[in-house]
Design a protein around this ligand. Structure first.
Ligand SMILES: *[C@@H]1O[C@H](CO)[C@@H](O)[C@H](O)[C@H]1NC(C)=O
Ligand SMILES: *[C@@H]1O[C@H](CO)[C@@H](O)[C@H](O)[C@H]1NC(C)=O
Ligand SMILES: *[C@@H]1O[C@H](CO)[C@@H](O)[C@H](O)[C@H]1NC(C)=O
Ligand SMILES: *[C@@H]1O[C@H](CO)[C@@H](O)[C@H](O)[C@H]1NC(C)=O
Length: 539
């Protein structure tokens, strides 16, 4: 029989390892081979002269700068996940509207959230009668591979060990693909789809806000951190915003060092000691770990039936849910996705708790106030880097557009520092169930390329409508955020507007009430996480 198969050209492997038992290579890591090791790149101008050398570019005039955020009658919203797919038909109990991709928390793509934060009657478009003065955008990097040492790689290693321990394992039914599955993910850097996201964000930002470029008197400074995916995200944003090759000469890319001990408002955990120990960061991990044991208990039993020779734990199953999102954003599609129901995806989204700390976000709020009031920063006792933030070249105060790239947890910390308390309206998140009317959804806040946009507007004054006054409002992933939890912004407004002077006053008070030295560096014991309601430690 074996000989016959060989004769017919069928791989003997198929015989030696019937479909339901795992191959020895299962769970092993497969890495990229392009570019080939000895194919070094040289300009080789003799054969490949550049566009300038070749000439004949055709006509090149560009048109006027667009301002669709004011001129279009309705907002252009974002639900685009091309070219990645997670077919929804296969999700048990899911209606056609259920798309699991929007339940992947910080591991999913950003999408427009509409009225998620409580202001359903407005849109991202500039409110009638108002003029756009300035815009601030803070965005998260695009989709990435798992971070070093995180659970997908740990799961792959465990599976590989089981496949090679002599007895092996075998998978059937929906898990049959595991018999030949390999680990194809890199670490930390952007995936191809992750490059598209900030690029698209940049294109969209030009179409909506490009007109503000007319007000620049110098070359813009846009900021990011030094991590590879952070630099790549800002560059991709700039390519989308300015175009190729113009992006090379249209802005200064300020790269702030992200490493332990360096002050960086876009990577504040590097100096906030308590963000990385049992007092801060770990509280969320504990609560989330406990929730995993609960919501995946039955799922683990269900999947175990298809697996012999490997004992699944809820942590393995959790890694499989993560693998679904990581493989999809990296490879375009994942067999792991089909294993889970709608309810299990809702459980997954809820598991991604966010240990917010206002102290970590306060530096950005100080920078925002400086930019809004055009007042130089002079006191550096939080995570500001005085060398950069104290210099008008590296921290200009006259830009109509400010753009900063950051991380998911930083966006969460910054909205806490901004006192967007309406997002935590129903209090601390219980670790044993999803609360009814949950107001804090991680994917609404910190998905890949999530973006917080501050619009500074001049609008008719409420007292004398003929005169205009300056206002500010914030859109997080296109959803307007109520500012009513901020002192001096208490008056509800359907568009989420607050008078600029009042907002600045509220932020100054907020900065004063956040004790950076204590929250980040203080020596205290683990507080009861249920008592942290506005991101500050209880004394
Ligand atoms: C501030 O930034 C500069 C420029 O990158 C760097 O040389 C310096 O070490 C930074 N200082 C701190 C305290 O992070
Ligand atoms: C969750 O699990 C950790 C250990 O993993 C434990 O210390 C903690 O008390 C548990 N409960 C909560 C509510 O986090
Ligand atoms: C970095 O932060 C620390 C703590 O707030 C501060 O004492 C120091 O002056 C800062 N360094 C710079 C260069 O701003
Ligand atoms: C921030 O929010 C908390 C909780 O709602 C409130 O007590 C506090 O006054 C607010 N602070 C400012 C400056 O807005």
């Amino acid at each position: 029989m074996l000989a016959a198969c060989l004769f017919l050209g069928v791989l003997p492997l198929a015989i030696a390892a019937p479909a339901e038992s795992a191959s020895a290579f299962v769970g092993s890591t497969v890495t990229a081979t392009f570019p080939l090791p000895d194919a070094t790149f040289t300009l080789n101008e003799n054969y490949f002269p550049d566009a300038e050398q070749v000439g004949f570019p055709g006509p090149t005039p560009t048109g006027a700068e667009p301002l669709a955020i004011a001129t279009a009658p309705v907002a252009a919203l974002n639900y685009d996940t091309y070219p990645i797919i997670a077919p929804s038909e296969q999700y048990a109990g899911a209606g056609p509207a259920f798309n699991p991709m929007y339940y992947w928390g910080n591991l999913g793509p950003w999408y427009s959230v509409g009225g998620a934060f409580g202001l359903p009657e407005t849109s991202p478009q500039i409110p009638a009668g108002c003029d756009l003065e300035q815009v601030h955008i803070l965005f998260r990097h695009g989709a990435r591979y798992p971070t070093a040492g995180s659970s997908p790689g740990v799961f792959a290693t465990a599976l590989h060990a089981a496949a090679t321990n002599g007895r092996g394992f075998s998978a059937t039914g929906p898990l049959e693909f595991l018999n030949t599955w390999t680990y194809k993910l890199g670490t930390d850097v952007l995936t191809p789809f992750g490059r598209e996201q900030p690029f698209d964000l940049g294109v969209g930002f030009r179409v909506k806000y490009g007109n503000l470029l007319n007000k620049f008197t110098s070359i813009p400074v846009f900021r990011t951190t030094s991590m590879n995916r952070m630099v790549a995200s800002l560059s991709n944003f700039a390519v989308g915003f300015f175009g190729v090759p113009e992006y090379l000469t249209s802005y200064h890319e300020e790269i702030i060092i992200e490493a332990t001990g360096y002050n960086n408002t876009l990577a504040p955990y590097e100096t906030c000691t308590n963000a990385n120990n049992d007092v801060g960061g770990n509280i969320g991990n504990y609560a989330s770990g406990n929730w995993t044991q609960i919501y995946l208990k039955e799922t683990t039993k269900r999947l175990q039936r298809y697996l012999k020779g490997y004992k699944l734990t809820p942590n393995d199953v959790y890694a499989m849910q993560e693998m679904c999102s990581y493989e999809t954003v990296a490879l375009g599609y994942s067999e792991f996705c089909g294993l889970f129901t709608e309810e299990e995806w809702r459980g997954f989204e809820y598991s991604i708790g966010s240990p917010n700390s206002a102290a970590r976000g306060v530096g950005y709020v100080q920078e925002l106030v400086a930019r809004l009031t055009k007042t130089p920063l002079t006191v550096f006792d939080t995570n500001l880097n005085g060398t950069l933030d104290g210099n008008p070249i590296t921290f200009p105060l006259d830009q109509p557009i400010y753009a900063d790239a950051t991380h998911d947890v930083v966006i969460a910390s910054i909205i806490t520092a901004l006192n967007f308390t309406t997002m935590a309206a129903n209090g601390p998140l219980p670790w044993d169930r999803i609360p009814v009317g949950q107001t804090y959804h991680v994917q609404d806040i910190a998905a890949y390329s999530s973006n917080l946009v501050g619009q500074v507007l001049s609008c008719p004054a409420s007292e004398t409508p003929k005169e205009k006054e300056k206002y500010i409002r914030f859109l997080l992933n296109d959803g307007a955020v109520p500012l009513t939890g901020i002192s001096h912004c208490e008056t509800p407004n359907k568009d989420g507007l607050c008078l600029l002077d009042n907002f600045v006053q509220g932020m100054k008070e907020r900065i004063a009430e956040i004790d950076y030295a204590y929250d980040c560096l203080g020596d205290y014991t683990i507080p009861n996480p249920d008592t942290i309601i506005d991101g500050r430690m209880i004394r």
